[in-house]
Design a protein around this ligand. Structure first.
Ligand SMILES: [Zn+2]
Length: 137
């Protein structure tokens, strides 16, 4: 008579992923899995797969989070600086515009890919949206 052994422990646990390491690799626009392959094919267009390790990146669902966090960060840098400059030197409004509009644009363009890469890295580390394996539908 065959003996049936019931699996009471469920599937084997997956190895943990460092969310901080994955976010840092994403911040420098690198694959969250290997840290060497480029994550973007354009400015912020995410590759389907990492060209180095083959990790599938199309699972990412960063959506509106990168612009939201970029605006949040840039606003918290530019506005205090603007207020300090106004308080100390009271420059003409055209001087303010000549300083802060380009500064805002440059900071936004520098931070947007980094923030998007970080969010994708976090999603990868937390195995969100299919990064952890197959999604049952
Ligand atoms: Zn990779």
């Amino acid at each position: 008579m065959p003996v049936i052994i019931e699996n009471t422990q469920g599937p084997a646990p997956m190895p943990s992923r460092s969310w901080l390491g994955a976010m840092l690799r994403g911040f420098v626009r690198r694959c969250p899995a290997c840290g060497s392959g480029p994550i973007f094919s354009g400015f912020i267009a995410v590759r389907d797969k990492c060209p180095r390790c083959g990790e599938e990146l199309h699972h990412q669902r960063a959506d509106d989070a990168p612009p939201y966090f970029t605006i949040f960060i840039v606003g918290h840098i530019i506005i205090p600086l603007l207020l300090v400059v106004e308080r100390l030197w009271q420059p003409d409004y055209l001087i303010h515009a000549a300083i802060w509009i380009p500064a805002t644009l440059v900071l936004t363009l520098l931070l947007m890919p980094a923030v998007k890469g970080s969010i994708i890295g976090l999603q990868w580390a937390l195995r969100m949206h299919g990064f952890g394996g197959k999604i049952e539908e």
